[in-house]
Write a protein that binds this ligand. Structure first.
Ligand SMILES: Cc1cc2nc3c(=O)[nH]c(=O)nc-3n(C[C@H](O)[C@H](O)[C@H](O)COP(=O)(O)OP(=O)(O)OC[C@H]3O[C@@H](n4cnc5c(N)ncnc54)[C@H](O)[C@@H]3O)c2cc1C
Length: 402
């Protein structure tokens, strides 16, 4: 349901940002019979099965898939251009460390699926359109946030106003909501950028993702549906910019030269782009009548493809907390909801953020002592199946106590 040009739109919750995470939050809460207003500046353009693959893809872990299934979006995502993977290999370009995690070892049919971000977003938006208590307000963005003991009010740039008990900021890493609510954040710009190549491969569709750690940064292969893949090439920004200027054929040759033989022959580079990468952690996930989810609250080094998965875990936690607290008679603007949600999520987000930085730093070093320590750690995991199984489950979004 799309909002008309009325002046004040009233909901119980307003979600700012309808990316994968914000749209999932709006839908999950809408499914609880909560009146939701979703404000999105740039709604997703349609994507047909014959369009070239989008550059932005995500490896979705089982916990994210379970959430998407519960809110009714997964069947549609899986039906087109989703690539299942069963194994995940991690290896060292400098030392002999080489580990493979396999879904079969933990009795699961898969470790995850690689999907285009836009397809995930569109599948959720399709469900939103059929959800009577979600109103979407598109093509504008908020310019003012007012918080009072009664409500939160957003004034949009086009003059419309939205009023609700609580504002959920799901507007990404450069979150306007976070700034407007006066919530600070710790940030760190990594010295590498991520170049993404959408490629056609001589190998048929694969069911393995792999990641090779080099001293310049990781290189990753994510299989896409059909004989295709997404390569993520972390490197110094000047190197990335130089390669970005290359014609597709020259870039194909460069990728063949620098990527390991596991990649096989590349037929062509169908698309490419690059992204600066930044770590961010908001000092709080909530302030008076404001709650942050997804990249607005935290963003991490994407080397293990966990950012959107953490955002979906935020949504699942918030959904649970809201249902329970409403069941106890609390109102949505009650600060205890934000505090409980933050207690459920902060430690996990912090842990994954620190692990990614640990991998990044640990694998950049090439001195013999560090390489020996890396190799020993890899051998330990390889020789201890219970530890390997635990790590495989962690990568799937399962945590201690689940
Ligand atoms: C190279 C790379 C590879 C990655 N690979 C993976 C992976 O394999 N797996 C994984 O889980 N994660 C991955 N990630 C991380 C993942 O992409 C992000 O964590 C995820 O997209 C965050 O989703 P989000 O909805 O929180 O934010 P965003 O995707 O940033 O969405 C924010 C939304 O808010 C809207 N918006 C912004 N400002 C406003 C405003 N003022 N008003 C209204 N609307 C607004 C935007 O238009 C957008 O729709 C990767 C990241 C990078 C950089």
């Amino acid at each position: 349901m799309a909002a008309s040009q009325q002046t004040v739109i009233r909901g119980q919750v307003v979600v700012v940002g309808g990316g994968m995470v914000g749209a999932a939050a709006a839908l999950a809460l809408g499914r609880q019979d909560i009146d939701v207003v979703l404000v999105e500046r740039d709604p997703p353009r349609s994507l047909s099965g014959s369009d070239p693959f989008d550059l932005r893809v995500s490896a979705l872990a089982p916990a994210s898939i379970a959430l998407l299934d519960r809110i009714g979006a997964w069947a549609s995502i899986r039906s087109e251009r989703a690539a299942l993977y069963r194994r995940m290999r991690v290896f060292d370009a400098v030392g002999p460390g080489d580990l493979t995690f396999d879904a079969a070892e933990i009795g699961r049919p898969y470790l995850g699926y690689i999907v285009e971000n836009r397809r995930v977003q569109l599948a959720i938006w399709d469900q939103l359109a059929d959800c009577d208590n979600v109103v979407s307000v598109t093509g504008s963005q908020p310019s003012r946030l007012e918080q009072s003991s009664q409500a939160a009010r957003l004034v949009l740039e086009d003059g419309r106003e939205v009023s609700a008990d609580v504002v959920i900021g799901a507007d990404g890493q450069r979150s306007w909501v976070r700034e407007a609510a006066g919530i600070g954040a710790d940030t760190h710009d990594y010295t590498v950028a991520a170049q993404i190549l959408s490629v056609e491969t001589a190998y048929p569709q694969q069911d393995i993702t792999w990641q090779r750690f080099t001293p310049d940064g990781p290189q990753a292969f994510l299989p896409l549906a059909g004989a295709r893949g997404s390569l993520v090439w972390y490197d110094r920004p000047e190197q990335v910019r130089a390669r970005h200027a290359l014609e597709p054929e020259a870039l194909r040759v460069e990728a063949m030269k620098h990527f390991p033989p596991e990649l096989g022959e590349l037929e062509s580079v169908a698309g490419q782009g690059w992204f600066p990468i930044r770590r961010l952690h908001a000092h709080r996930y909530g302030a008076e009548r404001v709650i942050l989810v997804g990249d607005a609250a935290h963003s991490i080094h994407p080397l293990a493809g966990q950012g959107a998965n953490l955002g979906f875990a935020d949504v699942a936690a918030l959904d649970t907390v809201v249902a329970e607290e409403i069941g106890r008679g609390r109102r949505l603007g009650d600060e205890r909801i934000a505090r409980r949600y933050e207690r459920m999520r902060r430690a996990d987000n912090q842990l994954v953020q620190s692990l990614m930085d640990g991998f990044d730093r640990g694998y950049r070093r090439r001195d013999p002592l560090t390489v020996a320590a890396r190799t020993a750690a890899t051998q330990l995991v390889a020789g201890l199946p219970p530890l390997r199984r635990w790590m495989t489950r962690m990568a799937g979004g399962q945590r201690l106590g689940d």
